[in-house]
Design a protein around this ligand. Structure first.
Ligand code: SAH
Ligand code: DHB
Ligand code: MG
Length: 222
């Protein structure tokens, strides 16, 4: 384990392959200045999400957990002119910073932020018979991942791709007797998917500037 080297390699890849978009960089700067925690995705993961969305030709994207809107902006930049991101955030301070970042990035018209507990916002979307999303990024409180996954499935169509962030947490996912509700959430999600024929799934471990973590990738079956 050499976290300093992971960060250096991330910086190398980012310098070569992930040119900094001034709007997205400014959003991250504003988020830090406002005191938001630096738990946004790394730039190369933001670009990975953007590439997934582009590969899918996604027009409708759902994000659970906005923070200052860093990942939201990476995703919004993947959209065609008539595309839309709906992003869900509980914390009013985070939501305010994100809204300001969306305005300044000129992407306010394409991004809808719904403030409040994501479980409630998701139920609202289901009640509204919101059209299905093409891509879903689940990145809020980890204890509720199973709830967000079930709601995401109800808001999906065959071919929808769902990414779930932070499923490794320094290897904590292995601890079957954990008392950490976040790890319990990840493990319950894994148990659900293991017994689920609605999706085809895998998960990957990552190391880099955000430490040792990983994500799950799911395709909604026909
Ligand atoms: N996706 C962001 C990071 C999100 S951090 C990025 O990569 O840039 C997780 C966010 O989820 C935090 O802003 C936190 O306030 C929010 N959150 C936590 N619990 C939540 C809940 N119950 N409903 C909605 N958002 C929640
Ligand atoms: C945390 C949340 C995240 O979404 C993340 O990518 C890293 C850390 C956290 O709550 O600590
Ligand atoms: Mg995350």
């Amino acid at each position: 384990m050499n976290p300093a080297q992971w960060t250096e390699v991330d910086q190398y890849f980012v310098s070569k392959l992930v040119p900094e978009d001034p709007m997205i960089a400014a959003a991250l700067e504003a988020s830090h200045a406002a005191g938001l925690p630096a738990i946004n995705v790394a730039p190369n993961q933001g670009k990975l999400l953007q590439l997934f969305a582009r590969m899918l030709g996604a027009k409708r994207i759902l994000e659970v957990g906005t923070l200052g809107g860093y990942s939201t902006l990476w995703l919004a930049k993947a959209l065609p002119a008539d595309g839309r991101v709906i992003t869900l955030e509980l914390d009013p301070k985070h939501a305010a910073v994100a809204r300001d970042n969306f305005l300044k990035a000129g992407l306010n018209a394409q991004i809808e932020l719904r403030e409040g507990p994501a479980a409630e916002s998701l139920n609202q979307l289901i009640t509204e018979k919101c059209p299905a999303f093409d891509f879903v990024f689940i990145d809020a409180d980890k204890a509720s991942i199973p709830v967000y996954f079930e709601a995401a499935l109800r808001l999906s169509h065959p071919g929808t791709v769902i990414v779930v962030d932070n499923v490794v947490r320094n290897g904590a996912v292995l601890d079957e007797s954990t008392t950490d509700v976040n790890v319990q959430g990840v493990r319950r999600f894994m148990d659900t998917v293991a017994a689920d024929n609605r999706v085809t799934a895998t998960a990957l471990q990552t190391v880099g500037s955000k430490g040792y973590d990983g994500f799950a990738l799911l395709l909604v079956n026909s």
